[in-house]
Design a protein around this ligand. Structure first.
Ligand SMILES: [Zn+2]
Ligand SMILES: [Zn+2]
Length: 239
């Protein structure tokens, strides 16, 4: 039998690669305009980094990581996202000693062992930015403005911006309990995944693609109505 590319991966032939290069050039141009520099981290890291960095109960960690043992018996994982690696590099190179804000962007292949479906690949390309070293709401606003400008310059015109806040550990704890109370007598209306999330990390319930609309109809409490004073102030300034 002929050997084909692994399930969930793609070849890009020169014509398609040329389109990727145009997109990448536009991204690099906007990033540099906003003062972001490119960071390149390894394609694989110690598995522990992602267990600690992403949290042990997100779907990415529980179901989708490409984890393998290397020849020295260490557990390694192909990066499923890049934030954990950027923070690792930031700490490893002791950049926190610097008073300035650090602005990174990254672009490259990430790996998730997802159920194959339209538009989802096991090796996919992700672009992202991280701005570390300031709590200023202007930083959030800057990143949102940058994303908006990028989409505009790529020719997307019917754009609508939705703003949300995920709060801080303080208000999330209160909100978490509100969610648990809200779903206490509605658990049979949610899918199995949601019931599992309610046990481990209730906020993840809101990521459910299956039950999302149903939850809005049920009148699920919103985090923006449950922010602490600091987060409310911060979110207001971002807006
Ligand atoms: Zn808060
Ligand atoms: Zn669900």
């Amino acid at each position: 039998m002929a050997i084909t590319a692994p399930r969930g991966t793609q070849d890009f032939l020169p014509e398609q690669t040329a389109e990727w290069q145009l997109l990448e050039a536009k991204i690099r141009q906007i990033c540099s305009l906003y003062g972001f520099g490119e960071i390149r981290t390894p394609m694989f890291e110690s598995t522990e980094l992602f267990l600690r960095g992403i949290g042990e109960t997100t779907d990415v960690v529980t179901k989708e990581m490409y984890t393998f043992e290397d020849r020295g018996g260490r557990s390694m994982t192909l990066r499923p996202e890049n934030t954990a690696s950027v923070v690792r590099a930031f700490l490893e190179h002791k950049l926190y000693g610097d008073p300035q804000v650090h602005k990174f962007y990254y672009m490259g292949p990430m790996f998730r062992h997802d159920r194959p479906q339209a538009g989802r690949y096991r090796q996919f390309t992700q672009f992202g930015v991280e701005e570390i070293g300031s709590k200023d709401p202007a930083v959030d606003a800057e990143i949102i403005a940058m994303a908006f400008q990028l989409f505009r310059e790529l020719g997307l015109n019917d754009l609508v911006l939705h703003l949300n806040s995920v709060g801080c550990p303080k208000c999330r704890t209160v909100y978490r309990q509100k969610l648990l109370d809200f779903f206490a007598d509605k658990r049979d209306q949610l899918c199995d995944d949601c019931n599992e999330r309610l046990e481990k990390n209730p906020l993840r319930v809101l990521d459910c693609k299956e039950d999302g609309e149903k939850m809005m109809q049920m009148g699920v409490p919103l985090i923006t109505d449950n922010l602490c004073d600091d987060c409310k102030e911060h979110f207001h300034k971002v807006q």
